[in-house]
Design a protein around this ligand. Sequence first.
Ligand SMILES: Cc1ncc(COP(=O)(O)O)c(C=O)c1O
Length: 392
Amino acid sequence: MANIGSAFSSGEHLTAFNIRVDPVTQSAPPLLASPLGFGRHFTGRMFTQQYTAGRGWHNAAIGPYQPLLLDPAAQVFHCGQMIFEGTKAYLRPDGNINLFRVEKNAERFNVSARRLAMPAVDIDQHIQAIAELVKLERGWVPKQDGAALYIRPVMLAIENTLEVRGSHNFLHYIILSPVAPYFAGGFKPVSVLVSDDYVRTVRGGTGEAKTPGNYAGSLAGTDKALAAGYQQVLWLDGVERRYVDEVGAMNIAFVYGGKHIRTPMLSGAILRGVTRDSLLTLAPDLGYAVTEDRIDINEVIRDLRSGEITEAFGMGTGAVIAPVGRLHYQGSDHSFESAEAGPVARRLFKTLTDIQYGRVADPYGWTRIIDVATAESERQRQERSDEPCGTR
Ligand SMILES: Cc1ncc(COP(=O)(O)O)c(C=O)c1O
């Protein structure tokens, strides 16, 4: 058992936060099946802490990855009070590990918590828990092109009651999964069905929160799209069923004339994507104009037909950019001319992934480096101090 300090090498000052580290039997990553897939393998350790009303967060620990033991009356099973997040750790060419905009992700975790009447986590402590866990599990960060270590923080209500009210007790945990890019086909255009019956969420609802109910509610529409031979659903707004919201679990953008990127504005129903924000920030530096506004699906179809829209793509942590190759709306299919990803999608993908993987300098200050050499010497020092007296 050891208490650990800051995980960052680069002069980060995090608040003092003691995480108990329990021993695990399996410390080395096994040889993973190929292809890696997305979210099928999990590392040997997880972070957990508990919240109790009146006491706050306590009992922060990193221990073996293991099943949760929950009472069948736990509120999460009845009220669905639960949130989660998704961010990634990337292997840099120098062997160190990058976290990408992890504070923005942590802030969104708290936005979700507020919407679901759950307690906030301390942002610095949440990031420190992620960093310590990734540091311990550094051997699991995959080396394959486009692969990364996916980080999944979760919070759920664990008070045992059937009353419909906010829970007083919560569990916060973080697990890690080595992943390939989200779409098995790699950076290949996906086909999309515009859903004009099911909607994902409405303004004032939970669309800005990352909570399982949004995803459960999207599955019937997604199944329908898959059965019809499409890979993703494009969600329209929940009131008029006319304005573009998101595509699958990604934000969406349309490219006009190869130069102008247009994306739905943040309406309150759309998740505030970290990838969306990053691409909108770097696109003007690459010479693209950017507009955030209400986008009418009828306009999209018209501009697609006339050739004014030259590309469309989804934006999210899993795929980074998922080019759209074909869009189906009210009985008609509309395809982009090229069956390949367009030049804007390619350029944005390369620019952003080069920063995420540390292949180029990060002019935006988005990455935090976990220094693996320091982590390794810390481990050796720890091992030496754990040796019984007289063995040296
Ligand atoms: C519904 C939804 N929209 C958009 C996104 C993209 O967000 P990010 O870029 O932060 O991954 C996600 C993924 O988290 C999502 O689940």
